[in-house]
Design a protein. Structure first.
Length: 231
């Protein structure tokens, strides 16, 4: 088994847009292939499942821990302790169930070609928006308390620009007015960053995963709403 130096993980967030091309592309491809055989709801769930399996449920684990911590914690110390606990609680289960149900329903409500483009763009763009959290606030714990002893390095300006270009290009695949859905992750990420700063004064790895999942869900729901109301 290959051992990877934890230092290599410190700049992983700045590569999220690149990872989004892989995970978003996989989801879109799975959605298209599955739609040839199954009805839209099943195809949408399979698309979400493919990414979950590919990433080892990395972001979904963050969402569950984040929901448990914020839902069950009454103080900064208690929230951080709950999020570090590997056991999943009621809030985590509910958060995951709602995410999969809402995301799959939103995807299934779109025509296949539009859904594939939306799934791809939502993944890449939401990862970029979520990554802003590490530049907006410090790490909430001591390095010794971090998973893999890793604290993410702030994203450099040049890398921010490159990441923006990589993340914005998939948005051009969306026809008007669905492109307006790109505003949803920006707003969601900004609000969540303010909420997290207020609750624990800094971010954790679970916060990063949760902010991506929630931002992506907001993108998908907004796209579905725009398609239904404005065509």
């Amino acid at each position: 088994m290959i051992e990877i130096d934890p230092r290599h993980y410190e700049r992983v967030v700045e590569l999220w847009p690149v990872a989004g091309w892989l995970t978003g592309g996989l989801s879109a491809l799975t959605l298209w292939l599955a739609s040839l055989v199954f009805d839209a709801p099943v195809a949408a769930l399979l698309a979400l499942t493919s990414r979950t399996l590919f990433t080892g449920a990395l972001h979904e684990d963050g969402l569950a821990d984040f929901a448990d911590g914020m839902g069950g914690g009454t103080s900064r110390e208690r929230i951080l302790a709950i999020m570090k606990d590997s056991h999943i609680g009621t809030y985590g289960v509910i958060a995951l169930a709602l995410y999969y149900m809402l995301a799959a329903t939103a995807i299934a409500s779109l025509p296949v070609a539009v859904a594939c483009a939306t799934v791809f763009a939502a993944d890449v763009w939401s990862k970029y928006c979520a990554g802003m959290i590490i530049n907006a606030m410090p790490y909430a714990r001591q390095r010794e308390e971090a998973k893999n002893l890793t604290v993410y390095t702030r994203i450099r300006p040049a890398t921010l620009l490159t990441g923006f270009l990589l993340s914005a290009w998939p948005l051009t695949l969306l026809h008007w007015p669905l492109a307006l859905a790109s505003l949803a992750p920006v707003i969601a990420a900004a609000l969540l960053i303010m909420y997290i700063r207020h609750k624990i004064g800094g971010y954790t790895g679970d916060c990063c995963g949760a902010i991506f999942i929630i931002s992506e869900l907001c993108f998908l729901l907004t796209a579905a709403a725009l398609h239904r109301t404005l065509g």
